[in-house]
Write a protein that binds this ligand. Structure first.
Ligand SMILES: *Cc1c(COP(=O)(O)O)cnc(C)c1O
Length: 365
């Protein structure tokens, strides 16, 4: 059965850019072909720029965002190591699970879903636990909160801890400046603000993080995600580790060119303008933002669904948007299930036109 195209305004994947889809059809070359190695160099260079870092170990991991999370945690943590994790949604929760599976002693600092982490609570926990690492999510896709990075980064630095940041729903939509913030390990995904299909996870490790990996007493328990081995494939030596997903590298290269042509300041402004238009245009229909303006995430807006829509069954309305208008929006997760919608305006979809399209469709239901 042919697939009907949709306007993807959920929490991801977002609609892929046509240039990115065209790049996927490029004929394959070998993964050690000089042309491919040059393309990989280009991707790594563009990723460094977008992450705001000079980190040599910056590469597109051959797996989705969750594998980036796992790579950061399993490389930096050994059994018995302490970590403080900020939890304000699904993805902070997932970090705790991954860290605990790596044998770490996890101290979690919770915040109400829909609010930001308290830098004071994080600072207190960090001062008390003296952890090897501190981790939290920059853009919590499950709630629509943009976490201010600096205050927590300062607390981590003061304690000498490595800082791990989830940038899955921020990279390419919101400015990310790893070096200025003092982030030691970060990961993202291709299918959110980069308008590329899911399948790669850009990651970046600071020299200090790399030192910590090389100084481990035990081997990283994951062979596939061991960055000391990955560094030899993506770095100068080009030692075979695994076969890079060639077509996805074509895709991310094109996606990053699209980002660079627009420039991050313009792109960030476009994401902010689209989110503002969404809130304004859906207000007359009774949708109100869940998150306070100071910490509202532009790339994903959580909207409280009006009572009449809850009464009619919000999931049914989302299904009708999909069936009758080919528009996908996300439902709430966990405690927010049934009472909110999550509307992603990511990458190419971060436009006032997408918002108007959604508003018109809602008006017809
Ligand atoms: C989507 C997402 C992930 C997980 O990425 P996958 O590509 O689904 O594995 C992790 N963190 C955040 C904040 C996300 O939005």
């Amino acid at each position: 059965m042919p697939i009907t195209p949709r306007l993807l305004l959920g929490p991801g994947p977002s609609t892929a850019h046509p240039r990115v889809l065209a790049a996927l059809a490029t004929p394959l070359v070998g993964h050690l072909d000089p042309q491919f190695l040059a393309l990989m160099d280009e991707v790594q260079e563009r990723l460094r720029r977008l992450f705001g870092t000079q980190n040599a170990l910056t590469l597109p991991l051959s797996a989705t965002g969750s594998a980036g999370m796992e790579a950061c945690l399993v490389n930096l943590l050994e059994p018995g190591d302490a970590i403080v994790v900020g939890v304000a949604g699904v993805f902070g929760e997932r970090m705790c699970d991954v860290a605990a599976r790596a044998g770490a002693r996890v101290t979690r600092v919770d915040a109400e879903w829909g609010t930001a982490l308290s830098p004071d609570a994080m600072g207190d926990a960090i001062a008390k636990a003296r952890p090897k690492a501190v981790a939290f999510v920059h853009a919590e896709t499950s709630t629509g909160v943009l976490q201010p990075v600096e205050p927590i980064a300062r607390a981590a630095k003061k304690a000498g801890a490595l800082l791990i940041l989830d940038c899955v729903t921020s990279l390419g939509g919101i400015p990310v400046t790893l070096d200025a913030w003092g982030v030691d390990a970060a990961y993202s995904g291709t299918q959110k603000c980069l308008s590329c299909p899911p399948g790669l996870s850009p990651v970046s490790f600071s020299p200090r993080a790399v030192e910590s990996v090389l100084a481990r007493k035990t081997k990283v328990q994951s062979w596939y995600l061991d960055v000391s081995m990955l560094a030899r494939y993506y770095g100068g030596e080009r030692v075979y580790h695994h076969t890079a997903p060639i077509s996805m590298i074509y895709a991310i290269a094109e996606a990053l060119r699209v980002v660079d042509e627009e420039g991050m300041p313009a792109r960030a402004a476009r994401h902010r303008a689209a989110a503002a238009a969404l809130i304004e245009q859906l207000a007359p229909l009774g949708f109100t933002p869940l998150v306070a303006p100071e910490v509202r995430l532009p790339s994903l807006t959580t909207l409280r669904v009006p009572e009449r829509v809850i009464a009619a069954g919000e999931a049914k309305l989302r299904r009708r948007l999909l069936d009758e208008h080919d528009i996908e929006v996300g439902g709430g997760l966990g405690k927010l299930a049934g009472s909110v919608w999550r509307v992603g305006l990511m990458g190419e979809n971060a436009t006032v036109e997408s918002v108007t399209h959604l508003e018109r469709a809602l008006g017809q239901l």
